[in-house]
Ligand binder design. Structure first.
Ligand code: ADP
Length: 321
């Protein structure tokens, strides 16, 4: 294997040893890089550096970088809930940000066909995914987190009118996108147990699932139904999260429990599931979500529960690797 001299001339010298081959055909530069023992975060930076160096050549219109050695074993974790509006998307976005800050190469798939909110939560703006060889390329969201959402593919009101099989086809396309060096894909599933959820769990077999519920009985009954879907398809439940648990009055600080509190933890204990934590009902969480700046990206107390759940998720992934 050889490296085209035009490419060797522009590859930064400290990276040169890693480039196994490089050729330019019809304006497309294809590089094969040895990524043995290279952490995913370094690999991403390396890929970006190589791409910009080679793309600067007059003879190159497109750069493709392939890695060999230590292939990424991508893990998939689904975030599910029995019903909508319990904070599943908020949790997914904040977990992604907390994991990214902890050095994990994380991506987000927003499969919530009926209410895709990740483009807002992770502030991907007006970006629309491009395709290469019919494969979608994720768009960068908050903190550069690669993401793809049903909301990137169609207007939310059109997605609503999709029939189950069409929606399942669209989420398949998103899952099979070019996720590059992403080690962990967080999957924001639509609530309930329809076609999209079935396609996702059967076809892509998540390594595990995190279930979100509010403390209300009704939400919890629905969450149990969602857990059955994972159980029946042999997707392990990593644990349960109670969201909107306890409300601290912004004026007097008194904590009240509009939806009750602690119910999900008890239920997790009864069912032999791990309880990952409790997230308070807090105006700041909603406001920062709407503003596309997840609280987990800052250092306020509000980040703490998300950072803690992200840590437990990382540990679970390590233990089950
Ligand atoms: P789901 O994905 O389950 O439909 P979302 O994450 O979209 O739910 O949350 C529904 C609404 O509740 C959003 O407006 C969100 O900002 C708000 N929300 C979620 N969690 C909290 C929380 N802990 N405190 C305050 N607002 C929250």
């Amino acid at each position: 294997m050889s490296v085209d001299p035009q490419i060797s001339n522009v590859v930064p010298s400290e990276l040169a040893d890693r480039v196994q081959s490089g050729r330019i055909v019809d304006g497309v530069a294809t590089l094969v890089v040895d990524a043995t023992a290279m952490p995913a975060t370094i690999r991403e930076a390396f890929e970006a550096e190589l791409k910009s160096a080679v793309a600067a050549l007059d003879t190159v219109d497109e750069v493709r970088v392939g890695f060999i050695g230590d292939r990424v074993k991508r893990r998939i974790v689904a975030v599910g809930s029995g019903k909508g509006g319990v904070g599943k998307s908020t949790l997914t976005a904040n977990l992604a940000v907390a994991l990214k800050r902890a050095g994990v190469s994380v991506g987000v798939v927003d499969a919530d066909v009926y209410g895709p909110s990740q483009p807002t939560l992770l502030a991907s703006g007006e970006a629309k995914p491009q395709a290469r060889d019919k494969q979608l390329i994720p768009v960068p969201g908050f903190a550069g987190i690669p993401m793809l959402s049903m909301g990137h593919l169609v207007d939310a009101d059109r997605a609503l009118a999709w029939r189950g099989p069409m929606a399942a086809g669209a989420v398949t396309q998103v899952m099979e996108a070019d996720w590059g060096g992403v080690e962990l894909l967080l999957l924001d599933l639509p609530p309930g147990t329809g076609d999209v959820q079935l396609t996702m769990v059967q076809k892509f077999k998540p390594d595990g699932a995190v279930i979100v519920s509010t403390p209300q009985d009704l939400a919890w009954i629905d969450a149990k139904r969602a857990m059955q879907l994972f159980d029946q398809t042999q997707v392990p439940i990593i644990g349960l999260v109670e969201n909107m648990s306890g409300y601290a009055c912004p004026h007097c600080g008194e904590v009240s429990d509009p939806f009750g509190s602690g119910g999900v933890e008890h239920a997790a204990g009864d069912m032999g599931c791990a309880f990952l934590g409790r997230i308070p009902l807090n105006l700041g969480i909603r406001e920062s979500s709407d503003a596309g700046a997840p609280v987990a990206g800052g250092d306020s107390d509000l980040a703490t529960p998300f950072v803690d759940i992200a840590r437990q998720l990382s540990e679970w992934l390590k233990d089950t690797a």
